[in-house]
Design a protein around this ligand. Structure first.
Ligand code: SAH
Ligand code: SF4
Ligand code: F3S
Length: 445
């Protein structure tokens, strides 16, 4: 078997990062090995995101660059959420694209590649026109290899897919499909393999990860709290995280897990999007700001030091100055350790895109600036509050400078620190001495 070069570029969220790594695993038996640049790759995969318009523009401009050095034999594939949403339209816009496949069909990549090779002689110049965007009846997870080929000290594990919530701004229910939970036994098996291969931290992934409801062989349904408890019993698992949660799916079992399971890290990403009751309703979030604040309060009762992060959208159709002020008030009340905030981007096919009270770009930009100012202040204050504390830091990556390690505190703060090379991948105690807007640093004990 000759060695073939595979180039993958990943856009979007952690689920896509997981999917890309699983594509590598699916293609390994065919002789594909990763390469750093697309120039001389035999197979180029762009694993795309559809969440905002910007994500999409980026893909088309990258495709243009790839076309410039595409050789006759190179297979160019577009996978992921944008592929799912646009399907054959991508090939109409970029005819040199050979393959389009969605997030739920990449276990069929070997078959798609074989088809691409078969049709290679028939068609020249333009792509091979393979489009696989139907949601399959089978689950990709049943067809993926058990072992991951690249495992670091911090690993992702997808436990749940899809979303049935249909927030009116969001494409995910259309691109990832219906909500689905993997059986707990399959997850525990995959976790064991990750640990054998050196993982110390596992982040459980799902678009609605706390909606997890996996069925075990006895027919019993496990929630996320129970799954985390079973994972915590695995030898060698030092840290457990999960994302992304939805406020409506928070239950006592999960909150109590934050009190009782030492491996479960004291940080939670719980997006709220807006602090206005009216806007949350228009977004179809199915909860009020009060409901959200009560969940935060209750979780803090179980685990007082838990750090919260969130996602925000400014400028959703109909958002008034008062609605936006309500968002700022909620942020002040909750106080976040980290957050992501975005200007509303109307997405084709979503109810929000055809609402008639769209907000101007100027207003969105101004609100985003004000919100980010507040969030940045909170993030810096949180980082400063950890000065003087000694915390375990899992050094999961090398920094950009020689001898620099990058890691995370239990509260998911980024740490940059100079360490001897043999400590990379280890969990070490660090005394926090300095705080910045986006990270902290200190000395190794
Ligand atoms: N499943 C997760 C997150 C999905 S997408 C959840 O329910 O929270 C990640 C984030 O992108 C969202 O939380 C939201 O803040 C943002 N987002 C989604 N659609 C968007 C849009 N049309 N415009 C701007 N931001 C969007
Ligand atoms: Fe999108 Fe809402 Fe589902 Fe999150 S809960 S993935 S924001 S539709
Ligand atoms: Fe993007 Fe799909 Fe993730 S749209 S954010 S890659 S679920």
């Amino acid at each position: 078997m000759s060695l073939k070069r595979l180039y993958i570029k990943t856009y979007g969220c952690a689920s896509n990062v997981y999917d890309s790594s699983r594509m590598v695993d699916v293609l390994k038996p065919l002789g594909y090995a990763l390469t750093e640049t697309p120039e001389n790759a035999d197979l180029v995969i762009l694993n795309t995101c559809h969440i905002r318009e910007k994500a999409e523009e980026k893909v088309y401009s990258d495709l243009g660059r790839i076309r410039a050095h595409k050789q006759e034999k190179t297979i160019v594939a577009v996978g992921g959420c944008m592929a799912q949403a646009e399907g054959g339209e991508i090939i109409r816009r970029a005819p040199y694209v050979d393959m389009v496949f969605g997030p739920q069909t990449y276990h069929r990549l070997p078959e798609m590649i074989a088809r691409a090779h078969r049709s290679q002689d028939k068609k020249t110049g333009s792509g091979r026109g393979i489009v696989e965007v139907d949601f399959p009846v089978e689950s990709k997870f049943d067809y993926l290899p058990g072992e991951h080929s690249h495992v670091g000290s911090s690993a992702f594990l997808a436990i749940q897919e899809g979303c049935d919530k249909f927030c009116t701004y969001c494409v995910v229910p259309y691109t990832r499909g219906a909500e689905f939970s993997r059986p707990p036994q399959a997850i525990l098996e995959e976790a064991k393999l990750l640990l054998e291969q050196g993982a110390k931290e596992i982040t459980l992934l799902g678009q609605n990860v706390n909606a997890y409801h996996g069925e075990d062989p006895t027919g019993a349904i496990w929630g996320l709290g129970r799954l985390i408890e079973a994972l915590a019993a695995l030898k060698g698992l030092r840290r457990i995280r999960y994302m992304t949660s939805h406020p409506r799916d928070m239950d006592d079992e999960l909150m109590i897990a934050h009190r009782d399971i030492p491996q479960l890290m004291p940080s939670m990403h719980l997006p709220v999007q807006s602090g206005s009751e009216r806007i949350l309703k228009a977004m179809n979030r199915q909860h009020t700001p009060d409901f959200y604040k009560k969940i935060i309060e209750k979780t803090r009762q179980y685990r007082p030091d838990i750090a919260f992060s969130s996602d925000f959208i400014v400028g959703f159709p109909g958002e008034t100055d008062q609605d936006f002020e309500d968002t700022l008030s909620l942020v002040r009340e909750v106080s976040y350790s980290q957050a992501y905030s975005f200007k509303y981007s109307p997405r084709p096919g979503t109810p929000g895109a055809v609402m008639d009270n769209q907000i101007s770009e100027d207003v969105k930009a101004e609100r985003l600036m004000r919100l980010q100012e507040l969030l940045n202040t909170q993030q810096r204050a949180f980082n400063e509050s950890t000065i003087g504390k000694t915390m375990p830091v899992l050094l999961d990556r090398k920094g950009s400078r020689e001898g620099q390690g990058l890691g995370k505190t239990p509260y998911a703060q980024s740490v940059h620190i100079d360490v001897p090379a043999e400590l990379f991948g280890e969990c070490i105690d660090v005394k926090i001495e300095k705080a910045f807007a986006n990270s902290v640093t200190g000395s190794v004990l």
